[in-house]
Structure formats: structure tokens, C-alpha cells
Write a protein that binds this ligand. Structure first.
Ligand SMILES: Nc1nc2c(ncn2[C@@H]2O[C@H](COP(=O)(O)OP(=O)(O)OP(=O)(O)O)[C@@H](O)[C@H]2O)c(=O)[nH]1
Ligand SMILES: [Zn+2]
Length: 201
């Protein structure tokens, strides 16, 4: 057993092991009563393992890897990117949750601004891990605060969880909203301005 390493509040114990993932998928197929040696399933363990490598690629990335481009535009008012598509995986059932993220921040007067696409890349770093929506939301906000040192940050995520739609309680269409608000965006007027931008269609 490798000692866990804590990444942004999430501990991981190693890097991706393709062979081990293939063996696990083969075992799972046997466990559900399937024949992993029938023609249609022959390549499935390797294929699923590769898919998991992609789906969980964020486990081996750091937010610093994507918030690279920073520049000083002298702009010190709110920047908000909304409706960023999110695909993540619920850590309780390993099925997807999907929706949108809205990410905003107020740069410091002399502070750093990042490229708009980097905010979407930041969401992906954390979404591509086994997740709960609350932790995903706060990881995005906390890493923005740490790396860009803005005056404030707001992250709102709206998702449908397949573990609530396709199984269990079976309530398709139910949406979970989570928010993480930091720094000056906690001020009621500033927060209200951000929320009205987020909610406007
Ligand atoms: N807070 C939170 N809960 C989540 C998230 N994703 C899934 N869950 C919940 O995690 C819980 C796991 O509950 P358990 O009782 O251990 O599992 P279960 O028997 O499969 O529960 P059901 O889904 O109610 O059938 C469920 O209530 C899920 O809805 C998430 O992102 N955040
Ligand atoms: Zn779940």
C-alpha cells in the first residue's frame, strides 16, 4: 500500500494502473454474471480501463497546471464565466453527474487575471476525479483564491446525478445546486450582483 498523498483535500494513493483496471473490470463482469470471454466483451476491460483513465485524469493534475496564463489588464471588477459544461463521477456509486458550473472572481487591484478558458480547465481538473458536488465546488473556489489571489470568488454548480435518476430514488430531472463564495463576494450586494448574472438567461 502506497502512502496517500493529499491533493486539494482529496487523498490519492498512486498513478493509473491500466492492467489492474482491466483485471478489475473483468472481475466485475464475472461478478454480475457475464461471460467476459464472449466475443462482444473481449476488448471491454481494456476499453473501460482506458475510459476510466480519461474520466479520472484530474487525479494526476494540479490546478496550478492549468491556471498558467495570468496577466495584468488593470481590470479589477467581476469576471464571470457561466454555463461551463460539467461531467463528473459521483464517488458513492461511480456513475456520472452532469450539468453546468458558473465561475466568477474579482481580481485584486494589482492582481492577476487568467485566460477565460483556464476557468473551464480548472473545473475539469476537479470534475475528472471521483467526486461529491460540494467538494468539487469548494475545490474550484479555493484553488482560484490560492493561485490568483483575487478579492473574491464565487462558484455555483448545478447538476443532475445519475445515481438519483437511473437507480435508487429514480427522480430524473432533480437538480442539485451548490455554491462556494469567498472573500469580497460574500458581501451581500456583490453576491447578489453575481447571482443575478448567473441566473439571467
Ligand atoms: N451530498 C452529496 N450526496 C451525494 C452526492 N452524490 C451522491 N450522493 C448521495 O450519497 C448518498 C449515499 O447514500 P447511501 O445510503 O450510502 O447509498 P444508497 O443506499 O445507494 O442510497 P440511495 O441513493 O438513496 O439508494 C445518497 O443519498 C446519494 O444521493 C453528492 O455529490 N453530494
Ligand atoms: Zn451517487
Amino acid at each position: 500500500m502506497i502512502d496517500p498523498v493529499t491533493l486539494d483535500g482529496q487523498s490519492v494513493i498512486g498513478t493509473f494502473d491500466q492492467k489492474r483496471a482491466e483485471n478489475a473490470v473483468r472481475e466485475l463482469l464475472i461478478a454480475v454474471g457475464e461471460d467476459p470471454d464472449r466475443e462482444g466483451l473481449l476488448d471491454t476491460p481494456a476499453r473501460v480501463a482506458r475510459a476510466y483513465k480519461e474520466i479520472f485524469a484530474g487525479l494526476w493534475q494540479q490546478p496550478e497546471d492549468v491556471l498558467t496564463t495570468t496577466f495584468d489588464l488593470g481590470h479589477d471588477e467581476m469576471v464571470l464565466v457561466k454555463d461551463i459544461e460539467v461531467f463528473s463521477t459521483c464517488e458513492h456509486h461511480l456513475v456520472p453527474f452532469q450539468g453546468v458550473a458558473h465561475v466568477g472572481y474579482i481580481p485584486a487591484a494589482t492582481g492577476k487575471i487568467t485566460g477565460l478558458s483556464k476557468l473551464a480547465r480548472l473545473v475539469d481538473v476537479f470534475a475528472r476525479r471521483p467526486q461529491v458536488q460540494e467538494r468539487l465546488t469548494s475545490q474550484v473556489a479555493d484553488s482560484l483564491m490560492r493561485i490568483l489571489e483575487p478579492r473574491g470568488a464565487i462558484v455555483v454548480i448545478e447538476c443532475e446525478h445519475m445515481c438519483m435518476s437511473m437507480r435508487g430514488i429514480r427522480k430524473p430531472g432533480a437538480k442539485t445546486l451548490t455554491s462556494a463564495v469567498r472573500g469580497q463576494l460574500r458581501d451581500p450586494a456583490t453576491r447578489a450582483e453575481a447571482m443575478s448574472l448567473i441566473m439571467s438567461r
